[in-house]
Design a protein around this ligand. Structure first.
Ligand code: MEV
Length: 310
C-alpha cells in the first residue's frame, strides 16, 4: 500500500488568460488531498468524505459521472499506462480541499493519485512527469485546460507558468494568504467555455485576456523582488479584469472587498470563478476576521511542498 499527498493552489495572477497561452503565477498552499493506492483484484475508488469529492456512494462503491470521479479514473489509467502494466488498483481519497472552488481540487486529486498509483505499481515518477501526466488527464476530462494547476500541485511553492514556453519555481518566502470560501462552486470547463464564447464574439474581451498577461508579466517581477505592495496592487487589477470577463460573482466581490477593507495588500478571486474562493495577500488576523464575517469559511494558508509520499 502507498500513500501520496498533493497540495491545493491559489492563482496570484493569470487564470483564464493562461488557457490562451498568457503566463500565470500560482502558489501551492497547505491544504492537501491524500490518496492511498493498493493493488487489488479490480479497480475501485473510495472516498473518506464524499462531500469533498463531489460524487455519491451506492452499495459501497462510488458512482456517478461527477467530474472528480472522471479525474480519478483517468489518473489511475495514466499511471498504469506509464508503468506498463495492467494491474488493478483500489484508491481511497481524503481531502481538505473544497471541490470546484478555485483551489485546484481536481489537480491535487489527479497529482496525488498518479503519484500513489505509480509508486504502488513499482514505477515512481519525478514530480515534473507527474505534472505532465496530470495535465493530460485534466485536458481529457475538461476539454480545455492549462498545465498551471497540475504543475503547481506537483512541484509545490510559487511557480511561473507560460504554456509551451517556460515553467519554473519562484521564491515563495513572504507569501501568506487568507482564503475566503463562499460555499459555492462552478465547473471549471463551463467557466472556461463561457470566457471562450465571450472572446470569440467580442474583441474587447480578447484585449482583456492580453491585459491579464501584462499584469502577470509585471506580477512575476514583483514576486521575484518580494515587493508585496506591488503584488497586492496587481492582484486587485487582475480581479477587475476577471470581473470584466464575466467570471466574478456577488459573493466573491463581497469577500474581496472585505479583505481589502480589513487591510489586505490585495485580493482577487482564484481559479475559474463563478463562485468558490478568493485569495487575499497578507494573512493578518484582521484580514482573516474581515473575510470570515462575510464568508462561509475563511482560513490562512502558506506556500506548501509539492506532491510527496506520506
Ligand atoms: C482553473 O484553476 C484555472 C483556469 O485558468 C483553467 C486552467 O488553467 O486550466 C480557469
Amino acid at each position: 500500500m502507498t500513500r501520496s499527498s498533493a497540495p491545493a493552489k491559489v492563482f496570484l495572477f493569470g487564470e483564464h488568460a493562461v488557457v490562451y497561452g498568457e503566463p500565470a503565477v500560482l502558489c501551492a498552499v497547505d491544504r492537501r488531498v491524500t490518496v492511498h493506492a493498493e493493488e487489488a483484484e479490480e479497480d475501485a475508488i473510495h472516498a473518506e468524505d464524499l462531500s469533498v469529492t463531489g460524487v455519491t456512494e451506492r452499495g459501497g462503491a462510488l458512482t456517478g459521472e461527477a467530474d472528480e470521479l472522471g479525474y480519478v479514473r483517468k489518473a489511475v489509467e495514466k499511471a498504469r499506462e506509464e508503468a506498463g502494466t495492467e494491474a488493478a488498483v483500489e484508491v481511497t481519497i481524503s481531502s481538505e480541499v473544497p471541490v470546484g472552488a478555485g483551489l485546484g481540487s481536481s489537480a491535487a486529486v489527479v497529482v496525488a493519485a498518479i503519484d500513489a498509483v505509480s509508486r504502488e505499481l513499482g514505477a515512481p515518477l519525478e514530480a515534473e512527469r507527474v505534472a505532465e501526466l496530470g495535465y493530460e488527464v485534466e485536458l481529457s476530462v475538461q476539454g480545455s485546460a492549462s498545465p498551471s494547476d497540475t504543475y503547481a500541485s506537483a512541484t509545490g511553492g510559487a511557480v511561473y507558468v507560460e504554456p509551451d514556453v517556460e515553467m519554473r519555481s519562484l521564491d515563495s518566502s513572504g507569501l501568506s494568504f487568507v482564503v475566503g470560501y463562499d460555499g459555492g462552486s462552478a465547473p471549471t470547463g463551463e467557466m472556461v467555455e463561457g470566457v471562450r464564447r465571450l472572446t470569440e464574439r467580442n474583441l474587447v474581451a480578447s484585449g482583456v485576456v492580453e491585459l491579464i498577461g501584462e499584469v502577470t508579466r509585471s506580477g512575476v517581477g514583483a514576486v521575484e523582488e518580494n515587493d508585496l505592495d506591488m503584488v497586492g496592487e496587481l492582484m486587485n487589477l487582475n480581479h477587475g479584469l476577471l470581473e470584466a470577463l464575466g467570471v466574478g460573482s456577488t459573493s466573491l466581490a463581497r469577500m474581496v472587498w472585505a479583505a481589502r477593507e480589513a487591510g489586505a495588500r490585495g485580493a482577487k478571486l482564484t481559479g475559474a470563478g463563478g463562485g468558490g474562493c478568493i485569495v487575499a495577500l497578507g494573512g493578518g488576523p484582521e484580514v482573516l476576521a474581515g473575510v470570515e464575517a462575510v464568508a462561509e469559511e475563511a482560513f490562512r494558508v502558506e506556500a506548501a511542498e509539492g506532491v510527496r509520499q506520506e
